[in-house]
Design a protein around this ligand. Structure first.
Ligand code: ATP
Ligand code: MG
Length: 226
């Protein structure tokens, strides 16, 4: 088991009013999974992804990472885990406009410090089909191409798990489908675990496992052969 959420609750306080964003969520994620988190706006998808990615703490409940309870992990250990094992993809791509494709993809390795393998960077860019655009800046790319740069940037550190929060929301449905297809191919080839959120029913059909969320609760978890 890669990550396990146990009885997760998350409450936000907004002007002294408590908002229950996540209610009693239990979720187990195996290495190699390809999961769709489906639910309408405000249902708690982003909050759950942030808790899975250890960028937010639950109000109550436990998060286990490879069997280790994150409550007992210090902040430094947690950010080390995050940097090593988790990649994020956002709906608005979050690329750096002044850097070209290659530099954007290299960025997490530069931050990490030390030497990195340029051949590896190129092979990751090739795997998302952008070999011909390495010197282009984001504003010279289409939306689908930009999201592929973001995918390459998430992959370049070889994470075990990639969390994608509505990765196709800013793309037309055809391009969105292609992006999910690409994630599936990468999942098959490299075994990387993917969890993406969407409120698009059509896209959820691509996933091996769909987890439906409403008002912060899981109300249906369907998956082939599970
Ligand atoms: N930082 C915050 N402070 C207060 N309330 C928050 C905060 N973040 C989320 N919420 C609330 O928690 C609930 C779940 O929000 P969340 O962003 O997880 O939903 P979502 O399913 O990702 O929605 P969307 O599809 O619009 O992105 C919502 O009611 C939201 O208003
Ligand atoms: Mg969201």
């Amino acid at each position: 088991m890669l990550i396990s959420l146990r009885n997760i609750h998350k409450t936000y306080l907004l002007d002294k009013v408590a908002i229950q964003a996540v209610r009693d969520v239990c979720l187990d994620i195996d290495a190699g999974d390809f999961i769709c988190l489906m639910g309408p706006s405000g249902s708690g998808k982003s909050t759950i992804l942030h808790i899975l990615g250890c960028i937010e703490h639950p109000s109550s409940g436990n998060v286990f990472i490879r069997g280790e309870n994150t409550r007992t992990m210090r902040d430094a250990a947690l950010s080390r885990f995050r940097n090593r094992h988790i990649g994020f993809i956002f709906q608005s791509f979050n690329l750096i406009p002044v850097l070209n494709v290659r530099e954007n993809v290299e960025f997490p390795l530069v931050i990490r410090g030390g030497k990195f393998d340029r051949d590896h960077v190129e092979s990751v860019i090739r795997s998302v089909g952008l070999s011909d655009c390495m010197a282009h800046r984001p504003d010279e790319l289409s939306g689908g191409q930009r999201q592929r740069v973001a995918i390459a940037r998430a992959l370049v550190t070889r994470p075990d798990i990639i969390l994608a929060d509505e990765p196709t929301a800013n793309l037309d449905s055809k391009t969105g489908g292609r992006i999910i297809d690409l994630l599936l191919a990468l999942n098959r080839e490299s075994g990387t675990t993917f969890i993406f959120s969407t409120h698009n029913e059509t896209l959820s059909r691509y996933a091996r496992r769909t987890i439906r969320i409403l008002d912060g609760e899981i109300y249906e978890a369907a998956g082939a052969g599970r």
